[in-house]
Design a protein around this ligand. Structure first.
Ligand SMILES: C[S@@+](CC[C@H](N)C(=O)[O-])C[C@H]1O[C@@H](n2cnc3c(N)ncnc32)[C@H](O)[C@@H]1O
Length: 258
């Protein structure tokens, strides 16, 4: 198990330093929430692992949240229950405690993905959902032209989808999740048609992959993007995306039934 930071962060990113404004930039998107809700089906009790500031938790269900980073727990809205300070690899619940378990944008940060997924499977009687990115598709996004080391970092961190499905076992489906043009959850691909948003340092900080790249390199990447936006070069190559209502990128929803 990885050493936890002073803020409690248990993954490969320290949310004590990068997580302060997470909830401002990473607001749950209602269309993605709908896909998760469909996949949860009739589940009434749900465990959310790596719950962060509570994105994609439904007040219509009885959700139990697990989140190791204090900076993230502190950003949970008042209408959501407090998150329990624990890690995916060892959740403090008996077998079959919940109808379902979910994790969103978190599994790539765990020190032991297999242990965490096995824990989710152990404590849920019904669907286990993993909203994550397919590492095989991460580099297809135009941002790779500008910030290659950022997306190389993402591609290296995300577990292979085949590994997730094999570890969860049972009956598994993997669905691409279309990203809407006005997506409110600011992960990198959410800005596919709004590239100017990535010039905002806060938007980049809310995507942990940027924190793995040296500051001078990041600054160079941003300068290049800004220059291509100013000259029209970005629009020549990718401008059609500004009008494309949805983008199917690397985002997928894995759903495993026992
Ligand atoms: C990108 S945030 C996603 C938060 C939230 N699920 C969302 O969709 O906005 C990743 C979260 O995973 C948490 N995390 C990292 N390693 C973890 C681990 N080993 N066990 C549980 N959570 C972990 C981090 O603390 C962070 O809150």
């Amino acid at each position: 198990m990885r050493q936890r930071t002073t803020d409690g962060s248990a993954g490969d990113a320290d949310y004590g330093s990068i997580g302060t404004n997470y909830a401002v930039y990473r607001r749950p998107d209602p269309r993605i929430a709908e896909a998760i809700s469909r996949a949860l089906g009739q589940a009434r009790t749900v465990l959310n692992v790596g719950a962060g500031a509570g994105s994609y938790e439904s007040v219509a269900r009885q959700v139990t949240a697990v989140e190791p980073a204090a900076a993230m727990r502190a950003q949970r809205p008042a209408d959501l229950p407090e998150a329990i300070d624990a890690v995916a690899e060892d959740v403090p619940f008996a077998d079959n405690t919940f109808d379902a378990a979910m994790t969103t944008f978190s599994v790539h940060q765990w020190s032991d993905v297999a242990a965490g997924l096995r824990e989710m499977r152990r404590v849920a009687t019904g669907p286990v959902l993993v909203l994550t990115c397919d590492p095989q598709r991460v580099r297809d996004f135009w941002l790779h032209e500008y910030a290659p080391l950022v997306l190389d970092t993402e591609a290296r961190r995300y577990p292979a989808i085949e590994d997730i499905t094999r570890i969860l076992g049972g009956t598994v489906t993997v669905e691409p999740v279309p990203i809407p043009l006005d997506c409110t959850d600011g992960f990198n691909e959410a800005y596919y048609g709004r590239p100017e948003r990535l010039l905002d340092p806060g938007a980049r900080q809310a995507c942990s992959a940027w924190s793995f790249v040296a500051e001078a390199t990041r600054a160079h990447y941003v300068d290049q993007l800004r220059a291509d936006l100013d000259s029209g070069a970005w629009d020549q190559r990718h401008g059609h995306l500004r009008r494309q209502p949805e983008f199917t990128g690397s985002l997928v929803l894995v759903r495993a039934l026992p």
